[in-house]
Design a protein. Structure first.
Length: 241
């Protein structure tokens, strides 16, 4: 890799959320050659710090832009409140509705006022791992006018999400890149141990039944960032290449 690939332009912002009654830090990656007079597709990431540090999404984006001619995106990483992650990311969590309101009514308008990101669903990508993929899916289900494209890294598509998918009738506007590890059959969570491989197979089946466009990959891997990091370049290029 050329040295320029490792030069990352990251801007940090604090956004106060009336919905969550707290401030939330946001990290914003600006691509090489960034020009505020242009407009950019945008990738919104749950677990923002983890996507940057463990997923290496900024370095990966630099490499794809500079070496593979990928369209430059702005990447927005929303920092997670680790103590309340399950309550904010799980559809049956106590803070889930407030978190989703923060996302659509507070965070996104602030980003769109501050950076030249495109504001149509076709140019937005939601990205999440595990429960981050879960909340991303539900955001898209609740706001099909805002979101259509999702990068799902080992999504925690458990009972509430499966039930929601069964209730849907037309998901033809939805486009998911789904990755799941073959070793993710006993994933330990705060709420028990689950077979994520089977859950993703069922979610894929239901999504396709309702007309969603799915790229689906099962690969050797566990429920860890070491697995997701290797696959993230292909996921980004899938939507931006």
């Amino acid at each position: 890799m050329a040295p320029s690939i490792y030069h990352r332009t990251i801007i940090k912002k604090q956004i106060y959320s009336a919905s969550l009654q707290t401030e939330r830090e946001i990290s914003v990656y600006l691509p090489p050659g960034y020009n505020e007079l242009l407009s950019y597709p945008v990738v919104y990431c749950q677990d923002g710090v983890e996507f940057l540090n463990y997923g290496r999404i900024a370095t990966t984006a630099n490499q794809l832009i500079l070496e593979e001619d990928m369209e430059p995106p702005i990447i927005v990483g929303v920092h997670v409140d680790l103590e309340n992650r399950t309550e904010e990311y799980s559809p049956d969590g106590e803070r889930f509705d407030a978190y989703c309101h923060f996302w659509t009514d507070e965070m996104m308008p602030e980003i769109e006022a501050s950076f030249p990101v495109r504001t149509v669903a076709e140019d937005r990508v939601l990205a999440g791992d595990s429960l981050g993929a879960t909340v991303s899916l539900h955001l898209a289900l609740d706001h099909p006018d805002l979101f259509r494209k999702i990068i799902s890294l080992s999504g925690a598509f458990l009972a509430p999400s499966i039930q929601r998918l069964r209730e849907e009738t037309d998901l033809s506007g939805l486009d998911l890149y789904m990755l799941i590890g073959l070793q993710e059959t006993e994933v330990k969570t705060e709420r028990g141990t689950f077979d994520f491989l089977q859950a993703n197979r069922l979610a894929k089946e239901l999504l396709e039944e309702k007309g969603a466009q799915i790229y689906y990959e099962e690969a050797e891997g566990k429920h860890i960032w070491g697995f997701w990091q290797k696959k993230l370049p292909a996921a980004l290029y899938h939507y931006l290449g």
